[in-house]
Design a protein around this ligand. Structure first.
Ligand code: NAP
Length: 258
């Protein structure tokens, strides 16, 4: 990926928080002119020792109203971008394209009553941004955040998610959000223990949520592992839940994450 100089700004790394040995979050300054809708992603560039720049797309975790930008990353073994990124220290500079991208945004949907956010791994990032914003809470009667990881220690942003309904600007919506963690490779108290696809096919997800899928009421966003996206789309299609397109509004919006 390349970008000409007028397409990006230089920003400063403010903080890096390791979450597990291979997951971390980073906080970066935000250009006042950088605008995005919750659910979108930015292109980040890191300058290598030889002066060339490596670019990679990352969804914003922070809300559109925050003064900084937060991102959530996995260390990809032998990945060029994350190995360059891991060399950066607080105070160092990284590049961010002026333009935000992506269609995993609420304006993909017409109507709807129940918002389902289905994520695997770092694919939870855009949903954390969406939930820190006002619109989803105002527009939907109930929100189900389903977040699937291999092991419980990989569940990130759990405290942030648990604290959302205590925020002043969301307090009036308290009770709308249900967080449904899914841990697939170990038993973990309070978490479901099968893949999202299986949970849909067996009806276990709807039972845990106390809510059935319906074409009229459900609006479903998927983000994460590309195979999960494909398989989940099939499972939802079998329930008559279709991809939402501008010429044919539906129930499902997707973003593959790597
Ligand atoms: P992952 O394999 O995506 O697993 C995360 C969760 O998704 C697990 O609960 C997993 O269940 C579930 N899952 C996987 N495939 C599924 C499917 N077809 N249908 C339903 N659920 C599915 O694991 P990860 O730890 O987040 O990432 C795995 C690898 O992908 C890592 O090695 C990482 O390097 C790479 N990755 C790369 C990037 C990138 O930007 N290049 C980004 C993220 C991850 P199971 O436990 O049953 O598999």
């Amino acid at each position: 990926m390349t970008a000409s100089a007028d397409k990006f700004t230089a920003q400063t790394l403010l903080d890096v928080q390791p979450l597990t040995p291979n997951l971390f979050s980073l906080r970066v300054t935000r250009d006042p002119g950088f605008r995005f809708r919750a659910g979108q992603f930015a292109r980040l560039g890191v300058t290598k020792a030889d002066g060339s720049v490596v670019w990679r797309a990352y969804s914003m975790v922070s809300a559109p109203h925050d003064e900084f930008l937060d991102f959530f990353s996995i260390v990809v073994p032998d990945g060029e971008f994350t190995s360059e990124l891991s060399r950066l220290k607080v105070g160092d500079s990284l590049l961010i394209e002026r333009q935000a991208y992506g269609y995993l945004t609420l304006d993909r949907f017409v109507g709807g009553r129940d918002l389902w956010l289905l994520a695997t791994g770092t694919g939870v990032a855009p949903f954390v941004s969406l939930l820190q914003d006002f619109e989803a809470w105002e527009r939907f009667d109930s929100i189900k955040l389903v977040y699937s990881v291999r092991e419980a220690k990989e569940l990130a942003y759990v405290d942030l998610i648990g604290g959302l309904e205590q925020r002043d600007y969301l307090a009036e919506f308290a009770g709308k959000l249900q967080f449904i963690p899914v841990v697939t490779r170990q038993a973990h108290p309070g978490a479901l223990n099968a893949r999202i696809t299986t949970l849909i096919e067996t009806g276990e997800l709807e039972r845990a949520a106390g809510l059935a899928f319906s074409t009229e009421h459900s609006r479903i966003m998927l983000c994460g592992n590309p195979e999960m996206i494909d398989d989940t789309r099939k499972a939802l299609k079998a329930r008559d839940l279709q991809l939402s397109l501008s010429r044919r509004p539906g129930q499902v919006a997707v973003e593959t994450y790597w």
